[in-house]
Design a binder for this molecule. Sequence first.
Ligand code: NAD
Length: 369
Amino acid sequence: MKVGVVGAGTMGAGIAALFANADYDVVLVDISEEALRKAKERHKSEILKELEEAGIKKRDEIVSRITYTTDLDNLRDCFFVVEAIKERLEPKRELVKKLEEIVSDECIIATNTSSFKPSEIAEVMRKPERLVLFHFSNPPTIMELVEVGGEKVDAAVLEKTIEVAKKIGKTPFVIRKECRGHILNRMLGASGVGASYVLYEALPEEVDAAIKNLGMPKGFFEMFDLIGVDVCVDVLDSFEEAYGDKFKLPKGMRFFLNKMVEWGKLGKKTGEGFFKWVEGKPVIPEAEPCDVMPIVAAIVNEAFKIVEEGIGDKETVNEIYRTATGSYAGVFDIVELLGAKTILKALEDLYERTGKEVFKPARSLKELQ
Ligand code: NAD
């Protein structure tokens, strides 16, 4: 069985490896020869180690199952194609439209978009019901989560997608009601606003030490670097289009992120972001943990709002957070640990001080008191 992955960057290379490891023949397409070369390198070392760490490594060699190409026509025989190109709506629309001209009518087209609603991307398609959300957490090889779904996706397409996700060792969570950022990235978007305020008085390594103390395997800024500063900036732009000021960062922080992109300090993929990266690992200075309540409170608050809007139930939102971050606790478990009263008090203070909507206490959190 042949699958396709378009985009051989941070995510596409990992997703291609998951399929090759699960005995699919894979066609990996990118517009950049350099990106394909780097993906192949990663498939011979770093990504094999990740599969081992995830406990799903079956094969010692995955490159022999992958065709690396710049030609979309090689996707002709695929039954499932995942797009993982940059986070901009128009290029994604252009791509899915082109894909429909190449693949068979039965082929499922899946999108790893971090922010766009699947139906927004599918709008330009002849058969929009064949486009399904297939959103991984980073690194896709290690993190268990895949958010799958979409409002317009055909039931049989969704069922097949769930089957495929399980075959490559992932845990799919179905999200039928769409919103930009799905479930995971709405929580991460809120955490970005919280982190910007913490950074007024702390260093990234102090923030990360505190986040790790809360049981997360990775700190906030380590995760930022892992995702890629450029990808985060694209997601912020997409969020601003849909949510206005809600997830907008304070001006200074946004200016700084734009400069990081301009300077090529994109994180792991360029060897430096908030931290330096050596042989795929961050070099994080030892630091004392600082107060990260603005980050935690913003995430929890957004989780309550997601449930209120009917995007996902409490259990799903809790598990999505846990499986995407590798933390032992889900987002609502954090409420149990810290106490709803403490979180509400922090939100009220933050909202009064900043006026930012992400800190405006959710109705259902207030009702818990
Ligand atoms: P990336 O910048 O590392 O890689 C993107 C790749 O797509 C590049 O190699 C680029 O050359 C290629 N590309 C761009 N336009 C193309 C086209 N038209 N056809 C073929 N290839 C093209 O980005 P990434 O981090 O891998 O993100 C890819 C997608 O996955 C985005 O939609 C992103 O939002 C989403 N995503 C990212 C993360 C993350 O942590 N980085 C997590 C989940 C989802």
